[in-house]
Design a protein. Structure first.
Length: 262
């Protein structure tokens, strides 16, 4: 159990605060946001307390930073005096995309810091949150973090050098998956199925197929083979996708996200 603080309770901070509130590991939830009414509404929903940035930085034992990357340094400058005055242990968890551990150390000093990379489906408990920790973060810290975020979906430690490669799948992937669902539905609509049903059937199919792969550990190629009966209709669809270089296009999309430099 720990006193858990969030500075920045927008889309991502709010979603992770919801997961933390369900974890049973938050002794108290301290919620701070630039527009305080947002933190207040979330506090009412989750049974937490709306506080100032200073109070969150002063009292939290684990402090999530949920402001946009370009605002992070300015926000930290505002609570620097409070952080520097603390003599007890404080674990800081940054979700700012693109801000690596070296930058965070520069801004926060020598202290336990975790960088996390969540994705949009954390909002419905089906996300992936990758994390990388500096050497001051203990195994106990990691178990606490994993426990706090467990209700948001999968939580996995990954070395920092692989974060960009992985986020091409986890962070950008929801956009690719949404395009796939939309395209499947377009096909069914072209064949006469109403749009609403086409979209929900396609999304549920993707969810179920992903669940099957995760729960059984089956290789995707083997699942594909099991669906393709000899002389059947599925293999004709597979052939068409291969002709249009579907797999190469998806692979290249992930590589393109990796190669994009800011
Ligand atoms: N959304 C995603 O899919 C995603 C994925 C991975 C990582 N992230 C990371 O998550 C972080 C938040 O992104 P988001 O999409 O949740 O953005 P967001 O919805 O705009 O939330 C950011 C929140 O920070 C608040 N804020 C801004 N400056 C502040 C300050 N000085 N003190 C306290 N609160 C402040 C904003 O308050 P106002 O209400 O006043 O604007 C807003 O509620 C970013 O670092 C982003 O890189 C997001």
């Amino acid at each position: 159990m720990a006193i858990v603080g969030f500075i920045g309770t927008g889309n991502m901070g709010g979603a992770l605060a919801r997961a933390a509130s369900k974890s049973g590991l938050a002794e108290q939830l301290l919620l701070a946001n630039r527009s305080p009414e947002k933190a207040q509404r979330l506090a009412e929903e989750l049974g937490g307390v709306a506080v100032s940035n200073q109070e969150a930085a002063e009292r939290a034992q684990i402090l999530f930073l949920g402001v946009k990357p370009h605002l992070l340094k300015g926000m930290l400058d505002g609570v620097r005096h409070v952080l520097e005055a603390r003599e007890d242990r404080l674990l800081i968890v940054s979700m700012a995309a693109g801000k690596d551990l070296a930058t965070l150390r520069e801004w926060l000093g020598e202290r336990p810091i975790v960088r996390i990379m969540p994705n949009i489906p954390v909002a419905v408990g089906g996300g992936v949150t990758l994390y990388t920790a500096n050497p001051l973060v203990t195994e106990e810290d990691k178990r606490l973090l994993e426990g706090l975020l467990a209700r948001s979906g999968m939580v996995a430690e990954l070395e920092e050098s692989l974060m960009d490669a992985a986020s091409g799948v986890t962070g950008c992937g929801p956009a690719f998956a949404a395009m796939f669902v939309e395209a499947l539905a377009d096909g069914a609509v072209a064949c006469g199925l109403p749009r609403k049903q086409a979209l929900s059937y396609a999304a549920q199919m993707l969810l179920g197929s992903a669940k099957l792969l995760l729960e059984t550990g089956e290789h995707p190629g083997s699942l594909k083979d099991r669906v393709c009966s000899p002389g059947g209709s599925t293999i004709q669809g597979v052939r068409t996708l291969e002709e249009r270089a579907f797999r190469a296009a998806v692979t290249d999309a992930v590589i393109a996200t990796f190669e994009k430099k800011f």
